[in-house]
Design a protein around this ligand. Structure first.
Ligand code: PLP
Length: 348
């Protein structure tokens, strides 16, 4: 695997950015209803949110059409991805995923003693489901799918994926990371959650960090079979990691339809602007279905990042599939204008 990411040497020295477009955060968040609930509940921070957490769990179970026993909360979905990797790979084994993919679960699987079996995305940027199925062997402990995918921002047809997950999960659990689902029109139609009620061994991860604009408040959840969650909960009481006010913020944010709709619309506007501006400058951005976009660059990743950072624009740089790439998160339109101005200075 030649997946490589360039990161600043020292995050503490990370400069002040005028356009922070490097972590796929929602520039409009937190959801106003979530923020109001957060403020009101902050004084309860002397208590553990045991009882209140169940209100959130019940609300999520209702929303997803599953029982509360199918839900596991975490301080962000990172925690659930990483804990899953620790539990499943502490005795070795391999994880099959696309290349490139979101690396958090894979890196922890490797650190715990597992290996990564990467399967390149197809030319149309969708998962190569046939090749992934063929890559499963007797050591495979998990298949990891990120749909829509990060860092590419691209999607795999949900009907094909549903069929794949339904069949493959009979052999090995399938983890589907749906962090960016709600940036799709009618996101629910693309989810794999319906497989839970069919008894399939799939684990679906969701987060309040993206469309709800709550990345810093740290709330995420997994939907899975009770028996699977029991295994994970042996080493973690992940809900204990969520702060009392964040529980209330998440409960309220779920009802903030107006904010969720406007985040989706404004994100799509920023995406159109960015795509067209990059095209006009001669780049070839990959059509995105998420809150970020990639395009190939010809400059060394480290030099590129440092020049962009000097112009106070934060982005990410990757190397995969034999090319160098910039990944830019969708900010406000003003931030995207700073980004395109910086790109025209650094790359054009
Ligand atoms: N999954 C994907 C695909 C992501 O891109 C991210 C964050 O960027 C996460 C999971 C983790 O987010 P969080 O821990 O904030 O829920």
């Amino acid at each position: 695997p030649f997946f490589k990411e360039y990161l600043p040497d020292d995050l503490r020295e990370f400069p002040v950015l005028e356009a922070k477009l490097n972590a796929n955060e929602n520039p409009y968040g937190p959801s106003p209803m979530g923020l109001e609930a957060l403020k009101k509940s902050a004084a309860g921070g002397n208590r553990y949110a045991w009882k209140e957490l169940f209100q959130l769990v019940d609300k999520i179970a209702d929303f997803e059409g599953v029982t509360s026993k199918n839900i596991m909360m975490g301080p962000g979905s990172s925690d659930l991805l990483e804990k899953t990797a620790m539990v499943l790979f502490m005795n070795g084994g391999n994880v099959v995923s696309a290349d490139p993919a979101y690396m958090s679960l894979i890196r922890v699987a490797e650190a715990a003693g597992g290996t990564w079996k990467p399967v390149p995305l197809k030319d149309d940027w969708s998962h190569d489901l046939d090749a992934m199925e063929a890559a499963i062997d007797e050591d495979t402990k998990l298949v990891y799918i990120c749909n829509p995918n990060n860092p590419t921002g691209t999607i795999t047809d949900s009907k094909k994926l549903l069929d794949f997950c339904s069949r493959v999960s009979e052999k090995v659990p399938v983890f589907v990371d749906e962090a960016y689902l709600w940036f799709l029109e009618e996101g629910a139609k693309h989810s794999m959650v319906s497989l839970i009620n069919e008894g399939k061994d799939v684990i679906i991860a969701r987060t309040f960090s993206k469309i709800h604009g709550m990345a810093g408040l740290r709330v995420g959840y997994a939907v899975a079979q009770e028996a699977t969650l029991d295994k994970l909960q042996k080493i973690t009481r992940a809900g204990m990691g969520i702060s009392y006010p964040s529980v209330f913020a998440a409960i309220a944010a779920m009802d903030d339809e107006e904010f969720l709709d406007s985040s989706r619309t404004l994100n799509a506007e920023a995406r159109t602007y960015t795509f067209e501006s990059l095209k006009a400058m001669g780049f070839e951005p990959v059509p995105s279905y998420t809150s970020f976009m990639i395009f190939p660059i010809e400059m060394d990743g480290k030099a590129f990042l440092s020049q962009m950072t000097e112009l106070k624009v934060g982005v990410r740089a990757f190397e995969f599939l034999g090319k160098k790439w910039c990944r830019v998160s969708m900010g406000t339109l003003d931030e995207m204008k700073l980004f395109t101005a910086a790109i025209s200075k650094v790359l054009v």
